[in-house]
Design a protein around this ligand. Structure first.
Ligand code: ATP
Ligand code: MG
Length: 310
């Protein structure tokens, strides 16, 4: 559905997107995560036909972005990372204006505007001027705007940026509901954890390239298979190294200022046995608890190949 082949964008001598090969299957959500300047916006804007590639190709729904930009535009709803100042226009008029641009018949446009406003939780803001909506509401309105011509592909550049925690949760609800529409979606963010909640596959972008790609289901399976135990006890490092590290289910040991972290690949029963084992060795255990999996670390372990991906 979305394909790029050695897609590049150079600004003078600087390469913003560097031989990018991206593949997003129909009906799936692909999350692109990366630091500031990684090349996310440049990539998405090339897919949206707004920036022309220096070399390489990008296809959406079989259309090549450089050769058939009009066809590509009909297939996509694009939410840029920032949007301009709105004139005096209500939320409903705003959606109808865009529907007009895409030549959606008037009656259908009115129906869709109403439907999608309620879909993004703005049903009671139909008549509110867009510039009087909060940032979170404007961003949800942008999602409705992307849907107005019912495109099969959505390209969303940081739809949750600049939002407070409550608005982020609302946006996440909208993004999760988008998945039920069966559209093919590319979405960017700085926050891996948030992307994992709404994506099927994740790619880490670094210096214009996809440094790693992993399926979220694989990552989540591993996050339950591997737990990190945080243990505070009166044992010396040598005891941990000699008595604990060799144990069958212990994957790794890390000494932290506030205790020892044990990466553990066993069941809850085996976890209980580890505690008993420490006690049997005369160790006083002050704390023994499971830490939530650090999703960033898990992703890195997976993509560096230090974890079996089967
Ligand atoms: N018009 C331009 N002229 C020159 N350099 C540019 C231009 N647009 C982007 N760049 C550079 O390309 C690189 C990638 O920028 P891009 O906006 O794609 O990154 P990003 O991953 O979206 O970052 P952010 O997380 O800050 O949104 C940056 O170093 C940026 O300075
Ligand atoms: Mg950006």
């Amino acid at each position: 559905m979305i394909y790029t082949q050695n897609l590049c964008k150079r600004y003078g001598k600087f390469t913003a997107v560097d031989h990018l090969n991206l593949h997003v299957r129909r009906g799936t959500v692909f999350g692109i995560v990366g630091e500031n300047g990684a090349g996310k916006t440049t990539t998405l804007s090339m897919l949206a036909t707004l920036t022309s590639p220096t070399s390489g190709r990008a296809y959406i729904n079989g259309f090549e972005v450089s050769k058939n930009p009009q066809d590509v535009r009909r297939c996509i709803g694009y939410m840029p990372d920032s949007f301009g100042v709105y004139d005096d226009i209500t939320a409903e008029e705003y959606l109808q204006f865009y529907a007009d641009c895409y030549r959606v018949p008037k009656a259908l446009a009115a129906q869709r505007a109403k439907e999608y406003l309620s879909w993004v939780g703005l049903e009671d803001k139909r008549e509110t001027y867009v510039n009087a909506l909060s940032r979170g509401m404007q961003q949800r309105l942008e999602i409705a705007r992307c849907l107005i011509h019912d495109p099969p592909v959505l390209i969303l550049d940081e739809p949750a940026s600049g939002l407070d925690p409550r608005s982020r949760i609302e946006m996440r609800g909208v993004l999760n509901r988008l998945r039920t529409l069966g559209k093919t979606i590319v979405i960017s963010s700085h926050i891996l954890q948030e992307l994992c909640e709404v994506s099927d596959e994740i790619g880490i972008m670094r210096e214009g390239q996809l440094a790693a790609v992993a399926a979220v289901s694989v990552m989540l399976n591993h996050s339950t298979a591997y737990r990190t135990l945080h243990i505070v006890a009166d044992a010396k490092p040598v005891v941990w190294e000699k008595a604990v590290r060799p144990l069958e289910h212990v994957v790794d040991l890390r000494f932290k200022p506030d205790g020892v972290e044990v990466v553990f690949a066993g069941t809850l029963q085996q976890q209980a046995e580890l505690l008993q084992y420490l006690l049997d060795h005369g160790v006083t255990v002050y704390q023994f608890r499971e830490r939530p999996t650090d999703i960033e670390e898990l992703f890195l372990r997976l993509t560096e190949g230090t974890v079996d991906q089967s």
